[in-house]
Write a protein that binds this ligand. Structure first.
Ligand SMILES: Nc1nc(=O)c2c([nH]1)NC[C@@H]1CN(c3ccc(C(=O)N[C@@H](CCC(=O)O)C(=O)O)cc3)CN21
Ligand SMILES: CC(C)C(=O)C(=O)O
Ligand SMILES: [Mg+2]
Length: 264
């Protein structure tokens, strides 16, 4: 059993202690992150972009996430590992269970799915079968072609209200954590207050329960475009260990994200 669990993460929210999270795709970085204070590691489908060089995350498969989850788990037995469910791997409850089981058998502690109320049946079933679920709302990259690009979501009040309702529906269905991506900070705050589960933000301002970044953005080596909400922590520290420590310190103190990293 990992040292961090869904209950320690829930406790952090209750006590107002920020949760730190980074993506990782291999054993060495997973161990480095664990050893330097990161609470949660995500095997993200962002690997399609940062490892494989694709323009979006849609080509990633369950087998690829499983492969990287095995590597990350091999880096540390104690790490809390979340694995992304790829595009179209959870389009109905039975398919979601089958693919989530593959990721859990590969060493994940929790799986993450992108979407709102339409996922409630799958989330109920997964939780009943023993698979913890993390939701993901806002700029959900698997829907990039519906959005017409990687665009900030939830700027209109109607959309904002829908997102709050989605967050509550995911929680009611059994989700034990929620990621919100690229939304106005004020909406992120409303969502964080509307649910009891920990809410981890990326490009969602500081009034959430924790922060996640793609690891390549943390050290400024992402191929292609580096999003405005990310920060190169290596530039000011000079080595990987201190970059990770500074990220954790700055998230916990509220120094990161700053206003220059947020959307309104
Ligand atoms: N390196 C990397 N970092 C990420 O955070 C990330 C990935 N890759 N791949 C998967 C998704 C895709 N993400 C992205 C990609 C681009 C933008 C982007 O271009 N955002 C614009 C805002 C556009 C607007 O104003 O509507 C920006 O300026 O940051 C945002 C999130 C987040 N995820
Ligand atoms: C950016 C995070 C939240 C993600 O889903 C990923 O890395 O795939
Ligand atoms: Mg993802």
């Amino acid at each position: 059993m990992a040292k961090v669990s869904v209950s320690t993460l829930a406790k952090k929210k209750q006590q107002g202690e920020k949760i730190t999270a980074l993506t990782a795709y291999d054993a060495s970085f997973a161990k480095l992150f664990y050893d330097n204070g990161v609470d949660v590691v995500l095997v993200g489908d962002s690997l399609g972009m940062v490892l494989q060089g694709a323009d979006d995350t849609l080509s990633v498969t369950t087998e690829e996430i499983a492969y990287h989850t095995r590597s990350v788990r091999a880096g540390s037995r104690d790490l809390f590992v979340v694995a992304d469910m790829p595009f179209m791997s959870y389009s109905n409850p039975a398919q979601a269970c089958e693919n989530a089981a593959t990721l859990m058998r590969s060493g994940a502690n929790m799986v993450k799915l992108e979407g709102g109320t339409w996922l409630t049946e799958s989330i109920k079933l997964l939780t009943q079968q023993g698979i913890p679920v993390c939701g993901h709302l806002g700029l959900t990259p698997q829907s990039v072609h519906v959005f017409g690009g990687f665009k900030i979501q939830g700027r209109e009040e109607q959309q904002a209200l829908q997102m709050i309702a989605d967050a509550q529906a995911l929680e009611s269905a059994g989700a034990q954590m929620l990621v919100i991506e690229c939304i106005p900070s004020n909406l992120a705050k409303r969502i964080t207050e509307a649910v009891n589960i920990p809410v981890i933000g990326i490009g969602a301002g500081k009034e959430v329960d924790g922060q996640i970044l793609v690891m390549h953005d943390l050290v400024g080596i992402s191929a292609g475009y580096i999003p405005k909400f990310s920060k190169n922590f290596l530039a000011e520290t000079g080595n990987m260990q201190d970059a990770v420590k500074k990220f954790c310190d700055d998230v916990k103190s509220g120094a990161f994200p700053g206003t220059e990293h947020e959307f309104n």
